[in-house]
Each structure stands twice: as C-alpha cells, then as structure tokens.
Design a binder for this molecule. Structure first.
Ligand SMILES: Nc1ncnc2c1ncn2[C@@H]1O[C@H](COP(=O)(O)OP(=O)(O)OP(=O)(O)O)[C@@H](O)[C@H]1O
Length: 451
C-alpha cells in the first residue's frame, strides 16, 4: 500500500515538473541550458524517488519475514517442548526460574544427605519439588549425574517423575526438579509422630499392602524391564513418596548404579546406602547386585508391618558398646509362638482396621525371604510382586543369621533410629563378630567403621 502511494506521489511530482517546464519554455522562450538543468533535476528527483521506493519495499519485506520467522519459531518451540514432554526429556531450567518458582528457596519440604528439597510452583502452574545438591565437589557432581542419568532413562507409574535440572555454576549448586508429590514420604505415614511440627498420619493396613506392591513393581521394573538393570541402592521409607491417592512413588536416585544385563554383580569401592537398610554383602562379598535392593525392601516391608524401625538403639552409654533391638528377630520369634498379630503396628489393631491374618502372614513371609543373608536365596523383585499378588506361594523362609550391617559413627541417633549423617562411608571397616549379648534382640553381628 505504502509502495503504491509513494510511486503515485513521485509520478505526480514528475508530471507537475514536466508540465511547468513545458509551460515555462513556451511562455518564457527559455534556452537549451534551461532544458539541461531541468533534465538533471528531474533525474535527481527520479533517483530519490526510486531509492525511497526500494527502501520502503525492503523494510516492509523484512518486517513480513521477521513476523513469519517468529511465528514459525514459536510453533517450533511449542512442538519441541511438546516432544520433550512426550519423550520425558528433562528440561534445563535457569537458576532464576527456580528461584522464582520456589520464592527464593523458602519452603523447605525435606532435608537429606545430599541437600535440601524445596516446594515450588513453575510459571505454568506445575507444582514441583526442587532438590538442591550442595557442594561443587566430586561427590556432589557424582550424586547429581547419577540421579539425572538414572531417572531420566526410566518411566514407570510408581517412580517419581523428573521434570528437569539446573546447574548454577555461580552458586556452586545443582538442582533436580521433580513433580511435587502431595503426601510426602512414607516414614511420616508408618512411624508415630516424633516431632510436634511433623506432618504425619497413619496409613491403613490396606494402603500399606498397596504401597508394598507399588514399590515392589517399581523395583521389579528397574531391575528387570529397563535396558540396563538400575540398582537403586537407597530403598527406605524416606525415599518412597505417596501421591494424593496414597500411591507409592520410588524417588531419590542419588546413589543408584547401572548394571549391564550380562553382569551378575558390580564392583563398588565405597559403601552406599543408609544404615539399617544395608545388605550384608556390602562388606562380606565381592561386588553387589539388585539383591541389595531386595534386602532393603524386606526391611521396609517389616517396618510397614510393625510401624517401627527395624533397628532401635537400646543402650547409648558412652563406655558400653551400643546395643540394638532388631525387629525382624522379634518377628521370627512371634511367628514361632503363633502370636504374629502382636508385631503389627498398635495403631492398626483397633476394631475394624481390617488387618487380615492371612495377608499378614504373606507379608511377613515375603519380608523374611527378602532379608536372607545370602543374596541368591532372596527372591527377585518380580517374584516378590507375584507373591504379594497371591500368584506365587510364599513358602516358609529358611532360618537366616540376620546380620546387621551398621556403620557405627560418632553422631548420635535420632529417636527414629536414623543418624544425622546417615550416609557415612566407613573408613577402614573391620568386621566384629559380637556375641549375641544379654539382650535377646541385640545384634548378632555388626560391621563397624573406624570413625
Ligand atoms: N517430589 C517430591 N515431592 C514431595 N516431597 C519430596 C519430593 N522429593 C523429596 N521430597 C521430600 O524431601 C525429602 C528428602 O528428599 P530426598 O530423599 O530425595 O533427598 P536426599 O538429599 O537425596 O536424601 P537422602 O539422604 O535420603 O538420599 C524426602 O524424604 C521427602 O520428604
């Protein structure tokens, strides 16, 4: 439109000029020089008009192209982010985005060995849990890479969903962004509240059974259905999250390890995991396998049944050796005495709570198979799923020595049996064949660190 108007104006000016020249020539009888000057003037005006037209055309074409490109770019970005979401590829967030989402990292929802976890809301309204992995050291880097690599390659309804990550080089921290899981971790739902400000509830028997199955399915998927076998290596109630419907989601892959399908074990140079859930082969055998997760799962199953930690410290005296009460031993005794109901979480034994003795026997049986001392005696997680679903008979578990791997350290235990720094690596570990002491339930065997 603008082009046409410019051309019309230019032509009108030229015509006007030519007419004035002709009129001037006829009326004033001017010389040839006059014609030359006028011709040059017309040529100059024509050039200016041409430049003007070319410029406007160029600018309008440029604007048109820019508009077209930005539209196509926007479409491509939408397609790309859609494809990323569909393929489950984690997004790389900017530090500022996470800072805004978490309101400056204010709302802490959990603390673990590797850092703190904050609640946040992304700009599109998605609720997220942002896990900050502290320390720019090698260990922090390893935990970050292991977690992102492991969880980014797996997808299962019972695994916490990774949305993205962020590396803030200036702050020396790394962040992992998970979908927010509304009911927090399982420990708050099976152990009695120990702090006034603690958010907790008591999970019903039926929900405990469902959670046990959900976790077993997630672990079976990690061990058997992924391209490489994923060893979680930190299965414990704190790492099992419950969504709004109390479905379980296994989370925290910071210690996980990949094992090739053709490998039976992987060599490890350091002990990974949490005291109380560590399988004996961490110190007794060469290399570890998915059976470590099976052991930890068995311990979690025991804790879900009893509503208590498997290991409780009885004696915290400075001079005497620590004495432990090992819940699975109590379970075995009660089973022998035919008083299995006595081991169930007291809070579930109110009338109408629906604790079914047959189901209880099955759960206890599975847990006892899982915590067998020898890894090869333990079932696979797929077999555990079959047993829990009643598709496989749970036979009586053989007697096992019930070894407890404990990384003794200077720090005091919490009331819930967890040490503050519960992910210690033992220095110069020694094996101590402690006698079963005066307490019936003290540990039969402990593995002590030289801290
Ligand atoms: N996606 C989530 N939604 C809600 N709460 C979460 C989520 N992820 C973690 N949390 C909370 O934060 C706590 C600590 O998280 P997490 O275990 O992943 O941290 P960590 O530093 O790796 O700890 P750990 O020492 O157990 O490895 C959890 O026990 C849970 O209460």
């Amino acid at each position: 439109m603008e082009d046409k108007r410019a051309i019309l104006i230019s032509i009108s000016i030229i015509l006007l000029l030519l007419t004035s020249i002709v009129i001037a020539r006829l009326s004033l009888k001017l010389s040839k020089t006059f014609y030359l000057i006028c011709g040059a003037a017309v040529a100059a005006i024509l050039s200016v008009a041409a430049i003007f037209v070319i410029r406007t055309r160029y600018h309008s074409r440029r604007r048109q192209l820019e508009h077209q490109l930005s539209f196509q770019g926007r479409e491509l970005r939408i397609d790309y982010s859609f494809l990323r979401k569909v393929a489950g590829v984690p997004t790389k967030f900017r530090h500022r985005e996470l800072e805004e989402a978490t309101d400056g990292f204010r709302a802490v929802i959990g603390r673990g060995g590797s850092g703190s976890v904050y609640k946040g809301i992304l700009s599109d309204g998605t609720a997220v849990a942002v896990k900050r992995i502290d320390g720019g050291d090698e260990r922090g880097e390893k935990a970050f890479k292991a977690e992102v690599a492991a969880i980014a390659s797996v997808q299962h309804v019972n695994l916490a969903r990774l949305l993205g990550y962020c590396i803030a080089s200036r702050e020396g921290a790394r962040f992992i962004v998970y979908e927010f899981v509304f009911n927090g971790s399982l420990d708050n739902w099976i152990f009695p509240k120990i702090r006034a400000n603690q958010r907790s509830g008591c999970l019903s028997w039926n929900l405990r059974c469902r959670v046990a199955l959900d976790v077993a399915k997630a672990l079976s998927y990690l061990h058997q259905d992924c391209r490489s076998c994923v060893l979680h290596l930190d299965v414990k109630p704190e790492n099992i999250l419950l969504d709004g419907d109390h479905r379980a989601l296994v989370s925290d892959f910071g210690l996980s390890k990949l094992k090739g399908r053709d490998e039976s074990r992987v060599e490890m140079t350091t002990i990974r995991g949490t005291r109380g859930y560590l399988a004996p082969e961490w110190l007794l055998e060469n290399g570890i396998s998915e059976k470590c997760d099976v052991y930890s799962y068995g311990m979690v199953l025991m804790e879900m049944i009893g509503g208590r930690r498997c290991i409780t410290v009885l004696d915290k005296g400075h001079h005497s050796k620590k004495k432990f009460q090992f819940f699975p031993r109590i379970v075995v005794e009660k089973l022998k005495e035919g008083k299995l109901m006595e081991i169930v979480d007291d809070r579930l034994l109110v009338e109408g709570s629906g604790v079914d003795e047959r189901e209880l026997r099955r759960m206890v049986g599975v847990a006892l198979w899982c915590i067998q001392e020898k890894p090869r005696t333990r079932p696979t997680m797929a077999e555990v799923v079959e047993m829990l679903e009643g598709r496989r008979l749970v036979q009586e578990a053989p007697h096992t020595q019930m070894l407890v791997v404990d990384l003794l350290s200077d720090d005091e235990d919490d009331d819930d049996g967890r040490t503050d720094n519960h992910r210690r690596q033992p220095r110069g570990a020694t094996v101590d064949h402690g006698n079963p002491s005066s307490s019936d339930y003290s540990m039969a065997f402990s593995v002590m660190s030289g801290r």
